[in-house]
Design a protein around this ligand. Sequence first.
Ligand code: ASP
Length: 328
Amino acid sequence: MSNRLALIHTGGTLGMTPSGEPFSLAPGPSLDLILEQVPELRQLADLKLVVAFNQDSSTNEPGDILRLAELIRTESQGCDGVVLVHGTDTMAFTASMLGFLLADLGKPVVITGSQRPLAYVRSDARSNLVDAVTLATKGVAEIGICFGDHWYRGVATDKLSVHRYEAFDTPNLPPLAELGLHVHVHPHAGQFERRVPSGIGGAFEANLAVYAPFPGMPWPMPVESTRGVVVHAYGAGNLPMGRADLQGLFHHCREQEIPVVITSQCPWGGVDLETYELGALAAEQGAIAGGLHTRWAAIAKLGLVLGTGGGMAEVRQAFGISWAGEPV
Ligand code: ASP
């Protein structure tokens, strides 16, 4: 057997079983089940099994992901790559965090999960696992999500469907690989500059306020503990800048040196605060353009910069460059 991989379990639907009355899905007996049900994985690679944790990913905390990154560093030693089994709900956030935290790993980390539990008929778990293990043996240094027929760069992903087997996409970046009759890894896979500032990863600042505006929405002041703000703005980054409460919010954030990052409510395309007068007014008030960052990459980057003690200037700089192949 030429390839040795670490298969790390963190929970999610893939390993869930029905529990309670009426039935709802909850974490099941976990990793052994995977190899019992999909023994052919052993034909593809020599697998070392590790359980990091076993939970619905909706309960993941940033600290879980920081520890997971360290676990991956340790467990990947002596291995050619890593397959990570993870719930789909927060998979894009984890993939963004790991993309930044492990940009220098130099080995594939293939994150997968499923829409239906492995034990169910017509589950997508089996094919996702087989594809993920196959990709992890290819030696391409990417932290990416393998789901449906594609492999995607993690820092550019978002979950876009609750029920489709093609649940993920990277709206602003072509997929890294197509998995059909053949496995075709595209030439851009693994090709990006690693520019994550040193020191990133020690801590994550989760005291962030996220605003998702709708017409008429009041703009409450963030609570006192807030260290950063993300606004999922309309289209290219537009906001109702004539509103006194929004102006008050910007004023408060400037005074308190709380960075305000603007992302778009639209998955395709990004924020350009020069396109419209309203965007330009937000920039004048101190808003930082999130460009093509997904909502998850933006939150991960902001939390990591603030967690390392960075302030307004460091956040502005971080959103101006690509750390780990994320579109900016
Ligand atoms: N709630 C599940 C989770 O994210 C959903 C899934 O895995 O598809 O853990």
